[in-house]
Design a protein around this ligand. Sequence first.
Ligand code: KG4
Ligand code: ZN
Length: 337
Amino acid sequence: MLALGIETSCDETGIALYDSEAGVLGEALHSQVDLHALYGGVVPELASRDHIRRIVPLAREALAQAGRGLGDIDLIAYTEGPGLAGALLVGASVAAGLGIALSRPVVGIHHLEGHLLSPLLADPRPAFPFVALLVSGGHTQLMAVEGVGRYALLGETVDDAAGEAFDKTASLLGLAYPGGSALSRLAAQGDAKRFAFPRPMIAANGLDFSFSGLKTAALHCVRKHALDDRLRADVAASFQAAVVDVLAAKCLRALEETGMERLVVAGGVGANTALRDRLARETARAGASVYFPPPRLCTDNGAMIAFAATMRYRDAPAGSAGFGVRPRWDLAAIGEA
Ligand code: KG4
Ligand code: ZN
């Protein structure tokens, strides 16, 4: 079965063709990072307009890469939510239009389900069950993944996402948006012990996170001192150490509480080397293993949407989802009308 996947929930237009026998045959992606950098965050209206501009050329590119035509597509999948309403509508409209034109079923996919199942596209492929840490600019969640459609939320951020905290602190240090990766490069030259930033909720029972207090602590620190290169590097290192401590502690607790032995890290912050090194060490010590799928699968992309759709369709080959988006959609409510 050949599925076309369309992802337009935020600031990336992602299109892919996934074949249930042969795997990913074509992938095309456009990131709007440069478009929004000027504003220090995603501007929804600009995002929608850019998706409109990119989506058809990207679909052509993915088809050409796969050496397939529109008539070869068996199933059309799009991100139904959650995300920016206008951005989601672009993907939903193209999916619905193609569904009608080609007489093919159209499946709406939950964006987080795409993320949760995307590690299965990587090599090595983690077996079920596993704990997933989704850690990006928009999400910070720990989920227990038992199988397709069987997800339990273990914990999530009560305020900012970890990537958002990275980006806000980076901006404080004069780094361009999104500054997470620049901040981590700066941190490599700093003293992580210079500032004892809070480790929010690290000792609290439960698996929820909080990052807004940490970001504020960094702000107060920067205001109190003269912002020279030494200070910038030390704030970056101390901030990163606090985030890594909290994420690692909660991941290990999640493995312990669920009794699971595999941890999968998805999302842009998963590219952070300090986090990777720490999780690799601590999971090994706990007799567990950690999987870091390649960044192109961890960040927003069309392949995860096409893949999730083939898994869903295999289990329930129903008709079309119709035309709709759900900008706010709790993963726990998946399957409900
Ligand atoms: O998954 P992703 O590409 O997209 C969305 O959030 O939609 O994640 C992007 C986030 C940004 O906040 C970015 O600053 C952060 O991931 N990020 C990093 C690193 N690379 C990207 N944060 C910390 N360290 C990194 N090396
Ligand atoms: Zn995402």
